[in-house]
Write a protein that binds this ligand. Structure first.
Ligand SMILES: *Cc1c(COP(=O)(O)O)cnc(C)c1O
Length: 398
């Protein structure tokens, strides 16, 4: 034997393996990590059982694994779907959803205000394999007739947009997509199912970057597609398997662990954010605040009704339109780092003009309202007084 390696010929290793797997009294309270790429079969009868009784046993981790199944089941229960498929990232979840519903020659509608990765995937990559895209401006999103073609299959939108938190009326949109006979796919990352459940509002699929609120601790990259229809679910599973979009056992385990506190975290994210939005709105150096929980937000009433009275942890605000002022503000923050992501338990700031909206033309940035003074805040679950104190002393440096 190679020294130190538990080779199958090592009698002590074989004995221990046999003992653990045959101990009837082992009942771990949490799901162990099944960190294995493949599962063994007792004999050919067990192999037949695997094919005859799907979901009863496991064969190969790219097809399914107890940890990714656990995560999928838990997200599905929260979203209220027919089933869910977890994937290696939010991007692969979006890819799986689109490839499930579209083939070459088909056409996709996509909200203009969408995550940059989603719009690049559609406009730069999927067009190369023959899937066309049209971006729909916010003003036209509820009247799709002028954009729909005979080959249009779906509309992709987000529950709340980045960075200005424009809220989509999912129920109203679902009526419109049904009328146009296309599917509605909702990226629910910013809201989470605690705040909005798109499938209950008749969307066909809900997708997430699990990287954000669902896992919640800034230590996982993952995605999920939740389906309202069992037929779609089977197709998503097939696409995930053959394109190799699966999530690893360890990442699944971490995400499932984070998910256990989602409800608690979303409450604290939301109440902290509401307190901070109020503070910022009253601050003389802050010119505008975008948070759906504020009555001044154009979609406040909709957000309140659709969001169970919670508005989430994301907001943006504008100080004077001067990059250097923003830089001084960020340098002065003591506890809030700059991080171009969101939804972790600890608060961070980001700069849309320098990150997510960097590649847009200056006119586009101006039309969207994303100017040099706009700062995005991902509010964490710390004590709100500590966050406000840090923001206050940094604003004094502007
Ligand atoms: C981050 C994000 C994505 C992409 O997710 P990844 O996990 O980074 O692949 C998609 N949509 C939204 C709204 C996001 O915030």
């Amino acid at each position: 034997m190679v020294f130190g390696l538990p080779l199958a010929t090592n009698p002590a290793y074989l004995e221990r393996k046999y003992r653990i797997s045959n101990m009837p009294q082992i009942h771990p309270k949490t799901t162990p990590i099944y960190q294995t790429s493949v599962f063994t079969f007792e004999d050919l009868n067990a192999l037949e059982h695997y094919f005859e009784q799907p979901g009863q046993s496991y064969m190969y981790t790219r097809y399914s694994n107890p940890n990714s199944d656990e995560l999928a089941e838990q997200v599905n229960a929260l979203e209220g779907g027919a089933g869910a498929v977890v994937t290696s990232s939010g991007m692969s979840a979006i890819l799986a959803a689109i490839l499930t519903l579209c083939k070459a020659g088909d056409h996709v509608l996509c909200a203009e205000e969408i995550y940059g990765g989603s719009s690049t995937l559609l406009s730069k990559e999927l067009t190369r394999i023959g899937i066309e895209v049209t971006f729909v401006p916010p003003a036209s999103i509820y009247s799709l007739q002028p954009f729909v073609q005979p080959n249009t299959r779906l509309l992709l939108v987000e529950t709340m947009s980045n960075p200005l938190l424009q809220v989509t009326d999912i129920k109203r949109l679902a009526l419109e997509t049904k009328k146009q006979e296309i599917k509605l796919v909702v990226d629910n990352t910013f809201a989470s199912p605690i705040i909005t459940k798109p499938l209950a509002l008749e969307a066909d699929m809900a997708i997430h970057s699990v990287t954000k609120y669902l896992s919640g601790h800034s230590d996982v990259t993952a995605g999920v597609v939740v389906c309202r229809h069992p037929d779609d679910l089977q197709r998503v599973q097939q696409v995930m398997m053959v394109y190799g979009l699966n999530l690893s056992p360890f990442e699944s385990w971490l995400a499932a662990r984070g998910l256990k506190t989602l409800r608690l975290r979303m409450r604290q994210h939301s109440s902290n954010a509401l307190a901070i939005a109020g503070f910022l709105q009253a601050h003389p150096k802050v010119e505008q605040v975008w948070y759906p929980g504020l009555e001044s937000h154009p979609h406040h009433t909709l957000a309140k009704e659709q969001g169970q009275g919670m508005f989430g942890g994301m907001m943006s605000f504008r100080i004077k339109d001067d990059r250097e002022a923003v830089n001084r503000f960020m340098q002065a923050l003591r506890h809030i780092p700059f991080a171009p992501s969101l939804a972790g338990v600890s608060t961070s700031v980001s700069y849309p003009l320098g990150t997510s909206h960097r590649s847009l033309k200056p006119e586009q940035q101006q039309t969207m309202g994303i100017t040099a003074g706009v700062i995005r805040l991902s509010v964490g679950i710390e004590e709100p007084e500590e966050l406000i104190a840090d923001l206050e002393q940094a604003l004094a440096e502007v």
